[in-house]
Each structure stands twice: as C-alpha cells, then as structure tokens.
Design a protein around this ligand. Structure first.
Ligand code: 0GY
Length: 315
C-alpha cells in the first residue's frame, strides 16, 4: 500500500470544517486557517515544527468520551501538507486532550511519517510496560501532563510522578502545560520531576504584565535553577493582546527565553490550533514570528534544528 499523500494549503481538499463519524464539531469551533500565506521567513533546511497535533479523523479514530471539546478533523495528511508548504522537514506531534489517553491517531501518524515525526503521548495510570514499549517503537519520546483546568480533570501528582518514572528508562521526557497563575503552586512539583521537562508556550505568561515582573521572573527562575527544564516559545496567538499577525506584545517574552536559554528552546505552529476563540492564526504569519524572537541565524538553527533533533531524534 502506498503512503498517504500530503494535502497542502491550496489543494481543493485542504479546507475543512467538519468532524467525521458520529461526531459534530462544537458550534463555536474555529477550524484551522483555510488559506495560510507563504511565510517570508525561510526556515533553515531540516527545521522541526515541535508542537502540533492531529485530530481524528473521528470516523477512524474516535474522539475520547471525556473530551472537553469536539474539533474539526485535522488528519495527518494535512499536517504533512502544511509542513511542506511552510518549509519544515519534521514534526513533533503532541497528543491532544480531545483524544484523551487513546493514542491511536498519534501512533498512526507517527507510523505513516517515514521517520519524519516523533510523538508526545498521554497515558493513564495503569499503562503497561508493553504499551509504553509499543509507543516508544512508534516514535513517542515523551508524555504530556496537562494542568489547564478547562481541558482536563486533575490527576494526582503521585500518579504523574509514577508515570514520569516509568517513562524515564525509555529516555522519555515530560511535557507540561499550565497557566502562569498556577506556577507558584506547581513549582516544587515541576522541579521534582525526574526527567527532562518541556514547558508548553512559556507557561502561558500574561503579556500585559512586565517581562521583568515577578510573574515571568518566576518562570525564568524555574528554567535558570533547573537545567533540565526547556520551553517552547510557541503560541503567540494564544498569548497576545495586541493581536495578529505581528503578535508584537509576545516578542519580548519569547526573545528573553530564546536568548537566555538558547539550547533549551523549541518552536511549533500548534496547528490545528485547538480552542482558539479570538481568531484563527495564519500559519505563515506564525512562521514569520520566528526571526523576531530568534534574531540570528545561529539562534534560529538551535531553535529549529539542533534542539529538537537532540531531544527527539537522537535515536
Ligand atoms: C495546545 C493548547 C490547547 C489545547 C490542547 O491538548 C489540547 O487539547 O493542548 C489549548 O486549548 O490551550 O497547545 O494545543
């Protein structure tokens, strides 16, 4: 059987606004951009989009009963098409909460990627060693812990710690997603995790506050005091109050992290951008955010190639 072909922006099949199978997408769901522009910034050859998702298709990979939202389908073939269109070579696909701990859509995408995608899974407390090994063989290299209350129920910390310990022998890291206001409460727990830790979207800072103020300073301190903690400088569209397409108010925050910790930063589109309510970002504009926060070719190379390759493709 031949590999499924990428569907690129501009192809008739690209736009989508539906969930499939028994699912109907939420009434207020914003589907991914129907016609992203080509970015002006050309990513260096071999660049990795280190934060993106696949959704369904629901007819093949049902959305989880416990999900908090029902999205439009966003299948692997469209993710590959976007990758090519934006000038990237590889993807790190992060399990989205709409699939719960059922990683079948993720694994299917990883297996079909020809080695060009790695994954971050979500696993439940009772996961077996055999299941972990199968995920690893498919290309999973980490597990995600979500602390955003609108997305998931709380999982006890001892359960999370146990999952992190179980992934550690495989060389897996932990990806954490939380809101900045929760960091004081979670700080000690994050510091206690036994593996490399990657923070989604810089810990979601409130960018109306000062980049040197106490809230963001706490996040910088977390990274400074813990050399195994990394950050994605992603999702200006989620954080910005000044808005698209420039997202200028997010630049000082991302730039500070890139320049202070150049060997521990990752970047990703976040396609297909779950739960965006204010607007749907143009993925081309998101790529043009990169040179504003990684301002030299050397920083761009570390952000887009060296760092993600070290974390996800060292084996
Ligand atoms: C993101 C952000 C969000 C959603 C998820 O797994 C998810 O459902 O991560 C969000 O709603 O902020 O990184 O995709």
């Amino acid at each position: 059987m031949s590999a499924p072909q990428p569907i690129r922006p501009g192809d008739p099949a690209w736009p989508s606004s539906a969930a499939s199978g028994p699912f109907t997408m939420d009434r207020d769901w914003l589907p991914f951009h129907p016609a992203p522009r080509r970015p002006r910034f050309v990513p260096p050859k071999g660049s990795v989009d280190a934060h993106c998702h696949v959704f369904g298709p629901g007819a093949q990979f049902p959305y989880a009963p416990e999900r908090r939202y029902t999205p439009c389908d966003a299948p692997k073939t469209k993710l590959w098409g976007l990758r090519d269109y934006l000038g990237f070579e590889r993807n790190v696909i992060v399990q989205a909460t709409c699939h719960g701990s059922d990683n079948r859509a993720l694994v299917d995408a990883l297996r079909a990627s020809d080695g060009r995608a790695r994954g971050v899974a979500a696993v439940a407390a009772g996961v077996t060693d055999r299941e972990l090994a199968a995920l690893d063989a498919a290309g999973v290299r980490g597990v995600r812990f979500n602390f955003v209350k609108r997305l998931v129920d709380t999982t006890p910390r001892e359960v999370l710690l146990e999952i992190a310990r179980r992934g550690a022998p495989l060389g897996w890291h932990v990806v954490i997603y939380f809101e900045a206001a929760e960091l004081p409460e979670l700080y000690t727990f994050f510091a206690s995790l036994p593996t490399t830790v990657v923070v989604d979207h810089m810990g979601r800072p409130d960018v109306t506050k000062s980049v040197d103020g106490p809230e963001f300073e706490l996040f910088v301190r977390l990274m400074r005091e813990h050399p195994d903690i990394w950050s994605k400088v992603s999702c200006p569209d989620r954080l910005s109050k000044s808005g698209a397409p420039e997202y200028d108010d997010v630049v000082p925050f991302a730039r500070r992290i890139v320049e202070t910790f150049p060997d521990r930063v990752l970047w990703g589109t976040d396609w297909p951008h779950p739960n965006m309510k204010s607007h749907m970002p143009d993925d081309g504009a998101l790529v043009d955010f990169i040179p504003k926060v990684a301002t030299t070719a050397a920083l761009q190379h570390r952000l887009l190639i060296d760092n993600p390759m070290r974390l996800y493709w060292s084996r």
